[in-house]
Design a protein around this ligand. Structure first.
Ligand code: NAP
Length: 320
């Protein structure tokens, strides 16, 4: 009997991650939903109809390094092989006046979206390497707002993504420091910076490990799913207008189902087996549009910055 493939998806309790879990379960994968709220995850998995034997739920709080280590132990205890890892979870906290902090005292959006995933990827490389699957994948969810090569990434509110010379990280990234560039706290920019870090990390993983392990490291923009929980911390007026704007004006809106299906494609379809690249279906949605390799911002292509970010992140997550 052929063993079913197993994928770990972070943040599968909502939005893109939940529907990616459903789409991969429908394709016969076993999905490990790596989530911080077990009861919520169980409830939504049932609600969207993921078959009971196609998923398991393991606790993961990306804002705690201890929790990331515990997750990896708990996953290994299942005895399952890891064939794909999807780094999807994120927080977006655009209205915070003061930075929230992770367990270790790092600004929360960078800690969750970048540092927690950075540690998880480093630990789970071993599991991916050990998988007998012919193709092993580590897939990261990117966004236009962190990519100034796309229109959505040029919007200067509150500022475009910019890691500067990583001065904030060099200085330890704890209070009073809240930004990677060490400058004044801008919560919306902290999110963009964290997603830029995701892209630099994907490329650096590719440079370091693709040739030696064969693991495919890539990323995708799933489309603008303007109605997910990601916007739960925004003004209620924004939550009303933004989906309308994306549906009627930009044409960028996609449903959670379609976004989840796109993640599943990148994980499971051989068409998406190139490593070190970022896939997109574009900003304006069109029927039957096929995916293409989206150009990445100059900063995300900066190899020296990627290497320095890697070294500093290793220190912050205490693996160096
Ligand atoms: P979402 O519905 O808010 O989902 C985010 C997920 O992350 C939730 O499951 C959430 O868990 C989880 N999460 C947050 N903090 C966590 C932590 N500390 N530890 C573990 N899990 C945590 O948002 P979404 O729109 O689906 O976002 C998913 C991905 O898509 C993100 O990477 C985002 O950047 C990307 N993206 C979204 C859009 C869009 O338009 N929505 C566009 C481009 C890219 P809880 O359920 O417990 O809160």
């Amino acid at each position: 009997m052929v063993q079913e493939s197993t994928v770990v998806i972070t943040g599968a309790s909502s939005g893109v991650g939940l529907y990616a879990a459903k789409a991969l379960a429908n394709r016969g994968w076993h999905v490990v939903m790596a989530c911080r709220n077990l009861a919520k995850t169980e409830k939504v998995a049932k609600e969207v109809g993921i078959p009971q034997d196609k998923y398991s739920i393991i606790h993961l709080d990306l804002a705690s390094l201890a929790s990331v280590h515990q997750f990896v132990q708990d996953f290994r205890a299942t005895g399952k092989s890891l064939d794909a890892l999807v780094c999807n979870a994120a927080v977006y906290l655009p209205l915070e006046k003061e930075p929230q902090r992770s367990q270790e005292g790092y600004e929360l959006s960078v800690a969750t979206n970048h540092l927690g995933h950075f540690l998880l990827c480093n630990l789970m490389l071993e599991d991916l390497k050990n998988s007998p699957a012919p193709e092993k994948k580590l897939v990261t969810i990117g966004t236009v707002t962190a990519n100034p090569k796309e229109i959505g990434g040029k919007i200067p509110i509150p500022a475009p993504p910019d890691l500067g010379d990583l001065q904030g990280m060099e200085a330890g990234f704890k209070a009073p420091i809240a930004m990677i560039d060490g400058k004044k706290f801008k919560p919306g920019k902290a999110y963009k910076d964290s997603k830029l870090c995701n892209m630099l990390t994907m490329r650096e993983l590719h440079d370091r490990y693709h040739d030696s392990t064969g693991i495919i490291f890539n990323a995708l923009y799933p489309g603008c799913v303007a109605e997910t929980g990601l916007f739960r911390n925004h003004y209620s007026l924004f939550r009303t207008i933004f989906p309308w704007f994306q549906k009627k004006i930009t044409g960028g809106y996609v449903t959670e189902e379609l976004a989840g299906e796109r993640v599943a494609k990148v994980v499971a379809d051989p068409q998406f087996n190139e490593s070190g690249v970022y896939y997109s279906w574009g900003n304006r949605q069109q029927e039957d549009r096929t995916a293409f390799q989206q150009e990445i911002s100059d900063e995300a292509m900066d190899n020296n910055k990627g290497k320095r970010l890697w070294e500093l992140s290793e220190k912050l997550v205490k693996i160096a």
